[in-house]
Ligand binder design. Structure first.
Ligand SMILES: [Fe+2]
Ligand SMILES: [Fe+2]
Length: 185
């Protein structure tokens, strides 16, 4: 039985998808002027930057995708290159969403649509991205990455988790709590 190197990442996708569902629920209401809780968007942006991007995407970019490249996947014009490009596109949506939220906080009502557009753009991008990883790239990684590399990969995930715990204690739990709180809103 091979050591599983993608289960932890699939589990992280589940929490990211819960935040995406919240964006999909709230953004259309913001566009109509019926949901003006800017703190939700600021917490959502913080979740995306810290949990989805710095934590989860860093494990992919620095560990799993590197292992795929070490096992024959080209760096350019490949599924890994496409995934990296999508991580960057996600960062652009988040930057634009943050800018629009700050304008809304300053009293500009015409930015509501921009908040919604960027939130929904991010949600659509990440939903599609996660399904490609869950259904294509991770199964491929499980097929091609040899047993001899697997314990090392898990150790590097653990090192990433330990580094996060240094920055923010109870890292995973903290973000679970934030998502649950907004689900109950
Ligand atoms: Fe990814
Ligand atoms: Fe991912």
């Amino acid at each position: 039985m091979k050591v599983d190197i993608t289960k932890a990442l699939v589990d992280e996708h589940r929490l990211i998808l819960r935040m995406i569902a919240l964006l999909e629920k709230n953004a259309p209401r913001t566009a109509e002027g019926n949901y003006l809780n800017w703190q939700f968007y600021l917490d959502g942006i913080d979740f995306i930057r810290q949990y989805a991007d710095r934590f989860h995407h860093a494990k992919e970019e620095d560990v799993l995708f590197k292992a795929l490249v070490d096992n024959g996947m080209p760096k350019e014009n490949s599924p890994v290159a496409a995934m990296l490009m999508e991580h960057d596109q996600g960062r652009n949506f988040v930057r634009a969403m943050e800018f629009a939220v700050h304008e809304a906080q300053a009293g500009l009502t015409e930015t509501y649509q921009a908040i919604a557009d960027n939130a929904l753009g991010y949600a659509a991008l990440l939903r599609d991205h996660i399904s490609k990883e869950d259904e294509i790239l991770y199964p491929l990684a499980e097929r091609v990455i040899p047993e001899t590399m697997r314990t090392g990969i898990l150790q590097r995930y653990q090192a990433a988790e330990a580094a996060e715990a240094q920055v923010l204690p109870e890292f995973g739990k903290r973000f679970q709590t934030i998502v649950t709180q907004y689900e109950q809103e």
